[in-house]
Design a protein around this ligand. Structure first.
Ligand code: NZQ
Ligand code: ZN
Length: 381
């Protein structure tokens, strides 16, 4: 087991009616900016609940943080925070709204441009306190310190790290209005978050392996229930908690991590606008296949413990586990091949070029370079 330090300071308020507790969680004297996406919260009653909970408080609203939040939009919010003396940020929406808010919180006191800060990868100096009401289970952003920020002008997308949310409110009822495609992408994203912290070597942490397998099994079990009836409160609650537990640092304790699927996926989003979770289901089965030598023992363990694949020799169990993974993604209603999304050789060449230029070295052994990324993407065609 690797050495690690673990501290997750985010308070989670989970369940029906929890939005009403907002006022108690934000200090009464703070000037608040509430950040939103494109308007889903106006149609599902979340906006009314939030504004009712904060009635009489000093707040302003910032609308229009888009999926894959763009620095061009966030710069405007930073300016507004500075001009109006905002002291606390509350993100209301999906992972994009919260990620964007994390950059806003980090850029207000930064003496430079928000994109320059993104490229450094880490917040510097004072960060405004922030919190969230999360309406889309997927990213784990509600309980982690990461944010993924896009630049429309340069078609780039990078991860950035800052403080943790002070608190996050997770009411499964807010997810009843999600489009089925977002649910599919959210389940896939949560599943792949676990994989990135699991599918490396056997034996790093037997305890964390069991936790990771438990989250994956739970997602596989709950996915059909959620897809059949997304107003099933208990099923949605289970999915929502799984998404949070998948990327809050917990299953990362003491283990090696990969993240190559994500890094390649971010390029597909940057170049084609493909939704994050969807990029992952295209890249992961191909990555498992190309990296089967290195990851074989863990793939077989996953096959046995998550999909119940126990018969046959090691090679055939590995094959069937890769197939089961792809089938699970297809059962969500997602395509799993680049060609199905009209993506081909030109994009593969551009990603290879970008990785070569950046000297990219991904995966738990740092051996997924531009050339291996090409092989993975060719396998995903
Ligand atoms: O913008 P609105 O109108 O609110 O609509 C959103 C958006 O169009 C809609 N939506 C959200 N909640 C809804 C809803 N529609 C109806 N009912 C609801 N309850 O869903 C659409 C997608 O929202 P978005 O926030 O973009 O989705 P998600 O939460 O999947 O976030 C994706 C972003 O997070 C990044 C991704 O790269 C991507 O940029 N990630 C962030 C991570 C992190 N912070 O740790 C890790 C992840 O790996 C991921 O990379
Ligand atoms: Zn993800």
């Amino acid at each position: 087991m690797n050495n690690f330090s673990f501290c997750n300071p985010t308070k989670i308020l989970f369940g029906r009616g929890q939005i009403a507790r907002l006022a108690r969680e934000i200090p009464a004297d703070k000037k608040i900016m509430i950040t939103f996406g494109g308007g889903s919260v106006r149609r599902n009653g979340v906006y009314e609940q939030v504004t009712a909970a904060l009635a009489g408080r000093d707040y302003i609203e910032f609308w229009g943080i888009e999926p894959n939040p763009k620095v061009e939009t966030l710069r405007r919010a930073v300016e507004q925070c500075r001009a109006e003396g905002v002291e606390f940020l509350l993100a209301v929406g999906g992972g994009s709204v919260l990620d964007g808010t994390k950059l806003i919180a980090s850029a207000v006191y930064y003496d430079g441009d928000a994109w320059e800060l993104t490229l450094t990868g880490r917040a510097k100096g004072r960060v405004l306190p922030f919190a969230s009401v999360m309406t889309l289970p997927a990213t784990g952003s509600e309980m982690n310190n990461g944010a993924v920020i896009s630049n429309a002008a340069t078609a780039e997308k990078y991860a950035f790290y800052t403080n943790y949310p002070q608190f996050s409110i997770l009411d499964p009822e807010t997810t009843f209005s999600l489009p089925p495609y977002q649910i599919a992408c959210g389940i896939a994203d949560s599943f792949v978050h676990v994989i990135e912290q699991y599918l490396t070597e056997v034996g790093c942490s037997p305890l964390m392996d069991r936790w990771a397998e438990g989250i994956m099994q739970t997602l596989v079990e709950v996915a059909p229930k959620v897809r059949e009836n997304q107003r099933d409160y208990d099923a949605m609650a289970t999915y929502m908690l799984s998404a949070t537990m998948a990327l809050n640092g917990f299953v990362a304790m003491g283990v090696k991590q990969d993240w190559a699927t994500h890094m390649i996926g971010h390029e597909l989003t940057a170049l084609h606008g493909l939704t994050h979770g969807h990029t992952l289901v295209i890249v992961l089965p191909a990555l498992m296949s190309v990296m089967r030598q290195q990851k074989g023992a863990k793939i077989a363990q996953m096959g046995e413990r998550v999909f119940g694949i126990c018969e046959g020799d090691a090679n055939s169990r590995i094959d069937r586990t890769i197939e089961a993974t792809e089938s699970f993604f297809r059962s969500l209603g997602l395509t799993t091949r680049l060609t199905e999304e009209g993506i081909g050789e030109e994009t593969i060449a551009e990603i290879e070029r970008r990785f070569a230029e950046r000297g990219t070295a991904l995966g738990e052994q740092g051996n997924i370079d531009a050339n291996v990324a090409r092989q993975i993407l060719e396998r995903a065609l």
